[in-house]
Write a protein that binds this ligand. Structure first.
Ligand code: SF4
Length: 114
């Protein structure tokens, strides 16, 4: 059996969580003070994910800040950045508008660009 110590990043409280695993299977989650922490901890030890924030080029002389609408597998973030570095968003673009899709996750604009 293995123990993994984590700090929950789902809210500012930052609860200390201990996950007990055996052969990659989660046996227990301790220390979380709400269900979000339990979900985060189980996902973090099996398949960690993160929301991606980066910028993409536009067809005008401005960079567009973007983020993934949902978390992307941590191991895929580098490929996501590499893929997004090759796209050019067509203007005008509005905040929240989809500018690309990576691994089935929408990449959306974080600001308006005229
Ligand atoms: S376990 Fe719940 S209360 Fe604790 S940091 Fe995570 S989200 Fe916040």
């Amino acid at each position: 059996m293995e123990k993994v110590n984590l700090t929950c990043i789902e809210c500012p409280l930052g609860c200390d969580i201990i996950v007990e695993t055996d052969g990659g299977k989660v046996l227990s989650v301790l220390g979380n003070t709400c269900p979000r922490g339990d979900k985060y901890a189980r996902e973090e030890v099996v398949c960690p994910k993160r929301v991606l924030t980066t910028t993409v080029k536009t067809d005008v002389d401005k960079m567009l800040p973007v983020k993934s609408k949902e978390p992307i597998e941590k191991g895929r973030l580098f490929d996501a950045v590499k893929t997004l570095s090759g796209i050019t968003a067509k203007t005008p673009v509005k905040i929240g508008e989809k500018v690309a899709v990576f691994d089935g996750v929408e990449i959306i604009a974080c600001m308006d660009v005229e």
